[in-house]
Design a protein around this ligand. Structure first.
Ligand code: SF4
Ligand code: SF4
Length: 377
């Protein structure tokens, strides 16, 4: 049987359009009640990576979160919560500043702060045998993962699969980067995490996506779509096709399929639009953007080039743009490496400097810099 992905064109974040798009997408997928009982405790796992205005395409747009909250309420769900473990700052504050909190109050959705962690064992895990999970995640019966369509320095893209990394509570996320430093090991851990958490439904906000220096310092670009699936790998594969990125370049797709999380190959995906079923090729032509700025290079280098890469000569590195740096220190705080691979070695009145011998290329510093002052080159 094929994995079904629904693509709904949606040209703006106008409340009515998003609501109608959300309603149609869920209908084409079989309806909310086909995957979640109305008596269950539901968690909307948003992307609240850090505080940013909604139009910067850093977080799940409040209009998307509000439309989903409204539909859940209309369908009779009464025990609904929403939140994320953000990389920097407080999820509560991000929901309040973005206007999400007001919409959630209107539709009876409680704000989940992801404050407490619970050690959860997962003996079946291929790569990760336990997780420090947010209690809010453990207490939910059913999770709806509401991701944002964005680029990512480590995994090329961040979408449906990567969104579950926010189920890991607070600082434990940083530790995960040291435990799983390569793109492949991180992807395998993410596949284990998704298989453990098992969201019932994946929704992707691709109305305005982020291209370039994502997932927080890139540029907003309209893609005008909402995507829906119960298979996160298939959903991410459609995202790849829309931005003209080969899906097998994305480690979460390849490892996800190998580990039984979902499928990324075109022949295993049924893509449904309001006009009917289309091939991924047709969808790329009709709804895609070939100029979307995303890393389309294959990272793995074999043979003697691999040996050179081992010594990190040609590896991609985070670099600071000194003219943009505000010396805030968020990058230093975010670095998960013991003893820090980035520091104010030249004093607090100068931009931080890297020690590339220690750097594991997790790109947390680039992800968390609030001033777009770090690029991966
Ligand atoms: S987080 Fe960005 S702006 Fe702040 S010190 Fe680091 S590079 Fe500079
Ligand atoms: S310096 Fe940046 S990329 Fe290197 S380990 Fe620290 S956070 Fe990760």
């Amino acid at each position: 049987m094929k994995s079904r992905v629904i693509l709904i064109p949606c040209p703006s974040y106008e409340e009515g359009q998003v609501y109608e798009g959300m309603k149609e997408g869920l209908r084409l997928l079989g309806g909310l009640r086909s995957v979640i009982d109305t008596k269950e405790r539901v968690l909307l796992k948003l992307n609240l990576v850090r505080s940013a205005p909604a139009d910067r395409a850093v977080i799940t747009h409040p209009a998307v979160a509000a439309a989903l909250a409204r539909l859940l309420r209309e369908e009779g769900y009464e025990d609904v919560h929403a939140g994320d473990s953000c990389g920097f700052g407080s999820p509560l504050k991000i929901m309040q500043e973005s206007g999400m909190a007001a919409a959630f109050e209107k539709y009876g959705v409680s704000l989940a702060e992801f404050k407490e962690s619970v050690r959860v064992s997962y003996p079946k895990g291929v790569h990760a045998k336990e997780f420090m999970m947010a209690r809010d995640v453990c207490e939910a019966d059913a999770i709806i993962s509401v991701s944002k369509m964005k680029t990512h320095a480590l995994e090329h893209i961040t979408g449906a699969v990567k969104n579950q990394y926010g189920c890991i509570q607070g600082l434990n996320k940083a530790k995960g980067h040291t435990a799983y430093p390569s793109p492949e090991s991180f992807a395998r851990m993410l596949a284990d995490l998704n298989l453990k958490v098992k969201p019932r439904l994946y929704v992707m906000d691709g109305i305005v996506a982020m291209e370039g220096n994502g997932p927080t310092s890139g540029d907003p670009v309209p893609m005008n779509v909402l995507l829906f699936s119960t298979d996160p790998v298939a959903l991410d594969s459609v995202f790849c096709r829309l931005v003209h990125l080969a899906p097998d370049l994305v480690p979460t797709n390849v490892c996800g399929e190998q580990m039984g999380l979902g499928v990324w190959r075109e022949e295993k995906i049924e893509l449904v639009t309001p006009e009917g079923t289309v091939s991924l090729q047709e969808a790329a032509e009709r709804y895609g953007n070939p100029d979307f700025r995303v890393n389309r290079k294959k990272e793995k280098i074999k043979g003697w080039m691999g040996a050179v890469s081992f010594f990190r000569i040609f590896q991609r590195k985070p670099r600071i743009l000194p003219e943009q740096c505000k010396k805030c220190g968020v990058c230093v705080e975010s670095c998960p490496v013991e003893g820090k691979a980035i520091s104010f070695a030249n004093g607090r009145n100068q931009p931080p400097v890297y020690d590339y011998r220690k750097c594991i290329r997790c790109f947390c510093c680039q992800e968390m810099c609030p001033h777009k002052a770090i690029k991966v080159k």
